[in-house]
Write a protein that binds this ligand. Sequence first.
Ligand code: F6R
Length: 368
Amino acid sequence: EKGGYDYFMLKEIAEQPKAIADTLLGRFTPEGRLHLDEMRLSDDDLREVDKIIIIACGTSFHVGLIAKYAIEHWTRIPCEVELASEFRYRDPIVDRSTMVIAISQSGETMDTLMALRHAREQKAKVLAICNTNGSTIPRESDAVLYTYAGPEIAVASTKAFLTQIVATYVIALYLAQVRGIKYGDEITAILADLEKTPAAVAKVLESVEPVRQLARELKDAKSVLFIGRHVGYPVALEGALKLKELAYMHAEGFAAGELKHGPIALIEEGLPVFVVVPPKGRDVLHDKMVSNIQEIRARGARTIVLVEEGDHSVDPYADHVIRLPKVPTLLQPLVATVPLQVFSCEMATAKGHDVDQPRNLAKSVTVE
Ligand code: F6R
C-alpha cells in the first residue's frame, strides 16, 4: 500500500504533482464560475464580504499565511490569518460581512472546529478547505472546496499542504472575478501558470538527491534555521515545523528582515541556515535577501540557498544551492517547500526515527 516506498511520507511527497492537478481539475466552468463542492453562498453573498479571516493550525496555518498574500493582492479584501486555537479567545470582530476560511486536511481538528463554530455564531460566512469528504468541518460550513490530495496517512502533512495553497488561490481568483477586480483573461493567465505547477513540482522531485545527501551530512547539527521573505517566509516556517516534528531537532523559521532585530545573534560557525530567495523579478526583495545571505555567511553560517534556476547572484555566498524551476512569486511556495519536506524526511530516517508516526503526534487532533 506504500506503493513501493519505504514510508507513506515518501509516497505522498511523490504524489504531489498529481494532487495539485486533481485539485485544479474542473474548478472553473466554461462560463468562468467556480465549482465549489458544496456551496450555500451566492455571488451576492460573496460581493458583501469586506474582510476575510483564515483560521487553521500547524501546517494548514502556514497555508493561511501564504494565502493572505494572494488574497489581498488579487481581491483587495483585507485578510487576517489566525491560529484557530487563539481565535475565539480574543473576542474577534466578526459579522455577516466577514468570510472565515477554515483550512483543515482532516476536517476534524478540534481547535479549528471550535473557532469555526464561534465565527458562525457571529453570523460569519464560513468556507472550508478540506481533504476529507464528509468530515465535521465541511459539514458545519456554508461552502466547501475539497482538496483532492487523496488520503494522507503520514502524520506530517505534505501533499495536503500544496493542494491547500492551490485551493486558497482558486477561491481568491473567484472572489476577484465576482467582485469585478480581475477579469477572464487575467484569471486564465494565472490559472495557466497554476496548471504548470504539477510539472514544476515533478522537476523538483527529480533533483532532490543532493538534498538527501545534505540531510545525512547535517545529521548531528544542533539546530537549523530557515529564513524567507514574502511568501518565502511561511515556507521557512513550514520547513522548520517539518524538521521539529520528524527529526526532533531544534529548528526555527524567520522573516529574513527580522534577522537584524534579534535572531542574527544565533548565527555561529557551521550553523545550517536554509534561505528561500525570492524570484529575481522581485528586485528589491531579491537584493535584500542576497545581502542577508552575505551577512549570515560572514558570521560563519552554512548557507543552503533555494533559488530559481538561472539566478547565479547568490552562488558566491552559498555553501549549497538548491535550484527551483522558474515560477511566478506567488507560486514559489509550491516548488520551494518540496526540498524542505525531503530534507526533514531524510533527516528523520538518518536519525532512525519513525517517519510516518513521529513521537507524541497524532494525525488528527480532536482535542482542544
Ligand atoms: C504538520 C501537521 C499538523 C497539521 C495540523 C492541522 O505536518 O500535519 O501541523 O497541519 O494539526 O491539521 P488539519 O489540517 O487536519 O486541521
